[in-house]
Ligand binder design. Structure first.
Ligand code: MG
Length: 271
């Protein structure tokens, strides 16, 4: 049995940046991780200082900061304009290794075969909103949470005859997408190329779909950072909310700056 905690057995303070953070490759979910979830996907607000903060961390990590989201990359770019980061969109269906690189689209089963049926299901359920992302479909039920069980069951029955497609449960959303791509495949894809290649992957996320990203990071010897109100035992570190993630990133930027500054001074002195 574990001893009762006393003044002598206080847990050691958690290291927020274990290992060598200057060698990290950072993979960040967006909604619920960097920004607060809103009533509808297009109603989110991006804090004005978030883009500059991500740009700063990215510079310190030699460009190895990527957003890994369920959104379309075009949607992501509109939210962060003029900043463009490396990113994976649609839960791994599309990705780019640099902000100015072309988008690669995964060759995978598409959702065309079920689009009509999913639209009908959404229309028959008041409060359920269909977001058609082209290569993925999202059913939002934030306005009708009582629909969750029936909706999940109905989509499950529909997808039983489409084994190449999968319904991913998220926070008040059911995402229908090809089964073979995920945030796991997204992280693996990005890690194959510079500036990610050879770095330690650190995945930060808040939702069920982020578990795939956590797995990819942990398998590669990296870290999983959960965004949750209560500590996630499977994660290396838990941050309480998007605001705490942004504060953590700001502290990371400072820490990286301190590590880089002496090196830069040393370089300057040797010229
Ligand atoms: Mg999220």
């Amino acid at each position: 049995m574990a001893p009762e905690p006393t003044a002598l057995t206080q847990p050691a303070p958690i290291d927020e940046f274990p290992g060598d953070p200057s060698n990290w490759a950072l993979f960040l979910d967006l909604d619920g991780t960097l920004i607060d979830i809103a009533a509808a996907p297009d109603a989110v607000r991006v804090p004005v200082d978030l883009g500059p903060l991500l740009g700063l961390v990215s510079r310190h990590l030699n460009g190895a900061v990527a957003i890994v989201t369920g959104r379309l990359l075009s949607d992501l770019d509109a939210l962060f304009a003029p900043l463009r980061l490396p990113a994976a969109g649609l839960h791994g269906m599309e990705w780019r290794i640099r902000g100015d690189a072309e988008i690669t689209v995964a060759q995978a089963e598409n959702v065309d075969a079920v689009r009509g049926a999913v639209a009908k299901i959404a229309a028959s359920r008041p409060g359920v909103l269909l977001e058609d992302k082209g290569k993925a479909l999202a059913l939002h039920y934030r306005h009708a949470p009582e629909q969750q069980a029936d909706l999940t069951q109905e989509i499950g029955i529909l997808l039983a005859s489409h084994p190449a497609l999968k319904a991913l449960p998220g926070k008040m959303v059911l995402e229908i997408k090809p089964a073979e791509v995920s945030k796991y495949t997204a992280v693996r894809q990005l890690m194959r190329h510079p500036p990610f290649l050879g770095r330690v992957p650190v995945f930060v996320g808040d939702d069920v779909t982020d578990q795939d990203g956590f797995r990819a990071a942990l398998e590669a010897g990296g870290l999983a950072v959960a965004v949750a109100e209560r500590p996630d035992e499977a994660a290396s570190l838990t941050l309480a909310a998007p605001m705490a993630v942004r504060d953590w990133l700001a502290r990371l930027a400072k820490r990286l700056e301190q590590e880089i500054a002496p090196e830069a001074q040393a370089r300057g002195a040797s010229i």
